[in-house]
Design a protein around this ligand. Structure first.
Ligand code: BMA
Length: 873
């Protein structure tokens, strides 16, 4: 078959009066490898070469074994995408005929009917070419010739004539070099948690857009309170590639459920010159007509339908009414004590709780898969997250991602896609970045979930702390300012007047600006946000953690579940220390750090299944201790000026493959112990116990996010002795306490000597609870005093009953002989989540609810097994 004569059909996507879109997506584009023509086949658009070869079984599962290395040739080849399509006289009669490429990954030349129409160098940009004069009646064709991203990046670097570090990642990443030369997902050349799959492809749709007039591309929205009204400001961005904007614009706001139209507006006689155009429109909406949008845990996520339309096109979206501010004001009269750094939403101070989001897949064409995105975001919401940071080494996520965040009340800290690197500032690079930032802000701006824009991940810190040991600070600083301050900042702040733009994350916020955008100490705890990692100290000791204003990254590694690892593991490699496990650990020295930190508090073993369990305990405990510290500090200002911490976003929520990483949910979607712990330590009300820095006193705090609904609660501190031989506390302290909304406060502080009656503190542990009339309003909490390296309480736990409640819900009854720690229920092939897991049994029995992803029967339910911390491994 002559591939070039295959005339695939085109799909009519949508028609709005005078705007027709011919979608050239199909599973049947011709794809061939340019260099040797060894592969000539068909592939999907949207799609990419790796997924095409995998789907056609021309290569096997890319995430299996060492396939990241085995299939590197795919990334080093140049590929071509080609297809025919037909047009008729009606199509050609349209005054405007544009080719729109929504996402090209990455370096490519595009031809229509053999005429060059576009050069692409940025996967985050939508490319448009006027093809009116090129298209013909009957058969047409489009050819997209890609360059290998690996050699392409290398060539750009050599043309540049000076080094922009880091040229390559550390060798343990098994990655490729020069990714900072490309406007491409930076993690596709590898990261410390992910493989290199230097992708090539048409990752978003390709269209021929025919129109009689300018087309609405994006609508920006902002809401502000004006007395008894909301002021709804809209910026409507038209594509006016080759025509003047002469039109009327209509706006309709309606209730999503009833469909009742709440407000309409019009703007007549739009008249402009050729080029892209912005039309601004503003209406008042009576506050009584709409309910506000709140982040998760603070109220409902009320969304309204907004329809914006003109004669030629329309745009529909959901919007929310809310205000958001980042407050940076002096913490005290002493200016040297620094500034606050917190968000208010609708005027309410919000402690940001959550995590960091990395790409949900290593292949761009798989990044909008709802089966991956939605469960992860739902897990975040279920675990009381109200914020996720979309980290700068990935992509601007799909519309589905932000729509889901809007729906679930998860605010988004949106990095722009620059990470852990310095970047070039050639004219071409800056021009491409300008277009990228403009398009992405226009696309995303209307989402109520977006909280803030940040220019990059850690590049200010890299520069200030000379991570790449260069001797040209002045030159690189000037490039840095050219990119994030002179180029990007005005674009973001002009297009979005309601949100702050930080040049970097972390940064010192306004202090960074004061210091000329590169602070001497970007990790200053008195300003802005910090990223904090400590791989050398015992993570269960809260004293090792800083007292920042806002922690936007902190983390500890663990292994994924055994089942997930096995899905990628060659036979015989499921061993700690195996070549495979070493290959998957990209963080330099990562596996040694992992076992060292386990051994601070826990026994160590050489069995991989034990290490999975123990590393997950260590990760969950370290993140609990650190996150609770940050939450306790919310209302505390220390003498040093530190404190008033208002954000805890741990690193990282999700995984890109089956490997040791900082994720709390593994690549297979299984919750690690940390995710269960996060559900407790991020609960709206917590009652964390704390050991004083001198380890002589124990304090009990209550931390409340938002409104507690209760005016008073009973706080209890129980003292338990490991050797008591029964389940009762040896001592109990209680206090009836006024519950102060949205604050953190100490309830009582007790000398340890009183609590343990002069005994050895290691022989005791503590539990805390908070109840109103006997009903718990916070998860029970605990403080373990001892290390469990050699001294582990003997116990035995069993699942005494499995009851099927309905086809996807079960109740498990557990019983323990004695106190048992870190009781872990293993899914063993089932999929779903437990009401809790990794918990302690400080009582003889407990009941756990299991929610299965798929229908269950009683026999499959019996696959679930239980383990707990034991003496010997
Ligand atoms: C941070 C991040 C990532 C990285 C993580 C773990 O600094 O910004 O680049 O993966 O640490 O090392």
């Amino acid at each position: 078959m002559n591939l070039y004569n295959v005339l695939a059909s085109v799909t009519l996507l949508k028609i709005v009066c005078c705007h027709v879109v011919l979608d050239l997506s199909s599973s049947n584009w011709n794809v061939y490898e340019n260099t040797n023509r060894t592969i000539v086949t068909h592939g999907a658009v949207p799609g990419g070469v790796y997924s095409m070869l995998e789907d056609k079984a021309m290569i096997s599962d890319i995430l299996y074994g060492n396939n990241d290395l085995n299939y590197r040739w795919v990334g080093s080849y140049a590929w071509t995408y080609y297809r025919d399509f037909e047009l008729n006289a009606t199509h050609l009669a349209y005054p405007s005929l544009n080719l729109i490429l929504h996402g090209i990954d990455t370096l490519a030349e595009v031809f229509v009917n053999s005429q060059h129409v576009l050069s692409c160098d940025n996967m985050f940009v939508r490319h448009t070419a006027d093809v009116k004069k090129i298209l013909v009646e009957g058969e047409n064709n489009i050819t997209i010739i890609f360059e290998s991203p690996i050699s392409g990046a290398e060539q750009i670097a050599s043309r540049l004539g000076y080094t922009v570090p880091p040229v390559c990642h550390p060798p343990s990443y098994n990655g490729e070099c020069n990714v900072n030369m490309l406007r491409k997902m930076q993690a596709s050349f590898s990261w410390d948690w992910g493989p290199a799959f230097p992708s090539t492809g048409v990752w978003k749709p390709v269209e021929i857009a025919m129109s009689e007039g300018p087309v609405i591309r994006s609508v920006g929205v902002s809401t502000a309170v004006e007395g008894v009204y909301w002021r709804l400001n809209m910026s409507v961005w038209f594509d006016t590639t080759n025509m003047k904007l002469k039109d009327t614009l209509f706006v309709e706001l309606s209730h999503p459920k009833s469909g009742v139209v709440l407000v309409t507006a019009k703007k007549f006689n739009l008249n402009s010159k050729i080029g892209e155009e912005e039309v601004n429109l503003s209406v008042l909406v009576a506050k009584t007509k709409v309910d506000v949008w709140w982040p998760n845990g603070f109220g409902e996520q009320n969304l309204y339908n907004l329809r914006v339309y003109s004669t030629h096109s329309e745009k529909k979206m959901q919007i929310g009414f809310r205000t958001i501010e980042l407050v940076q004001e002096n913490v005290s009269k002493d200016e040297k004590q620094g500034k606050t750094f917190y968000f208010t939403v609708n005027g309410v101070k919000m402690f940001a709780k959550g995590s960091n989001w990395i790409p949900s897949h290593v292949l761009p064409e798989r990044l909008s898969d709802s089966a991956r995105i939605v469960p992860l975001l739902e897990a975040a919401a279920e675990s009381h997250f109200n914020m996720l940071r979309v980290w700068g080494g990935g992509v601007y996520e799909s519309d589905l991602f932000y729509e889901t965040c809007d729906r679930l009340g998860i605010l988004v800290w949106q990095d722009l896609m620059f990470a852990c690197s310095l970047y070039p500032v050639s004219t071409q690079f800056l021009k491409s970045v300008e277009e990228e930032v403009k398009q992405q802000v226009q696309r995303l701006q209307h989402h109520p979930s977006i909280a803030i824009w940040a220019g990059n991940n850690e590049n200010e810190a890299a520069l200030a702390q000379n991570w790449y040991t260069s001797d040209n600070f002045t030159g690189y600083k000037s490039d840095y300012i050219k990119l994030y301050v002179d180029t990007i900042k005005p674009i973001v702040t002009n297009l979005d007047k309601t949100r702050k733009y930080l040049t970097s994350s972390p940064s010192n916020g306004v202090e960074t600006v004061e210091e000329g955008y590169v602070s001497k100490n970007p990790g200053n705890t008195l300003y802005g946000d910090v990223h904090y990692y400590n791989y050398l100290s015992n993570g269960w000791d809260h004293r090792i953690y800083p007292n920042p204003r806002f922690a936007s990254e902190y983390g500890v590694q663990s292994l994924p579940t055994a089942r997930c690892l096995r899905s990628a593991l060659p036979l015989g490699e499921m061993k700690w220390g195996s070549t495979f496990i070493e290959h998957r650990q990209h963080s330099p020295g990562g596996n040694t750090i992992l076992t060292s930190r386990i051994s601070d508090n826990l026994p160590i073993s050489n069995d991989i299944n034990d290490i999975i369990y123990l590393s997950q305990i260590n990760q969950a405990m370290s993140m609990k201790v650190e996150s609770e510290k940050y939450r306790r500090l919310k209302s505390v200002l220390l003498d040093s000026g530190e404190g008033y911490t208002m954000g805890a976003l741990y690193w990282q929520l999700n995984d890109i493959w089956q490997a040791p990483s900082w994720a709390s949910i593994d690549y297979c979607g299984h919750w690690k112990m940390l995710q269960y712990f996060a559900k407790d330590f991020f609960a709206p009300i917590i009652v964390p116990p704390e050991l004083s820095p001198d380890r002589n006193k124990i304090s009990v705090y209550v931390v409340i996010d938002g409104k507690s609904q209760y005016s008073q609660g009973n706080v209890t501190l129980n003292v338990h002795s490991w050797s008591a031989g029964n389940w009762s506390p040896v001592k109990q302290f209680t206090s009836v306490k006024t519950l102060v909304d949205n604050e953190s406060f100490e309830v009582f502080q007790i000398p340890l000597s009183d609590a343990v009656k002069g005994g050895k503190k290691e022989d005791y542990f503590f539990t805390t609870s908070l109840d109103v009339n006997g009903n718990a309003i916070a998860p029970d909490n605990f403080l373990l005093m001892s290390s469990f390296k050699d001294k582990i309480p003997e116990s035995s736990v069993k699942i005494s009953d499995y009851i099927l409640v309905d086809s996807q819900t079960a109740e498990l009854s557990l019983s323990a002989e004695k106190y048992a720690l870190f009781v872990w229920l293993d899914l063993n092939g089932l999929d779903g989540t437990f009401s809790k897991n990794g918990f302690h049994m400080f009582q003889p029995s407990t009941k756990i609810i299991f929610k299965s992803k798929y229908p269950l029967d009683k026999s499959s339910l019996r696959k679930i097994t239980v383990t707990w911390l034991k003496k010997s491994y």
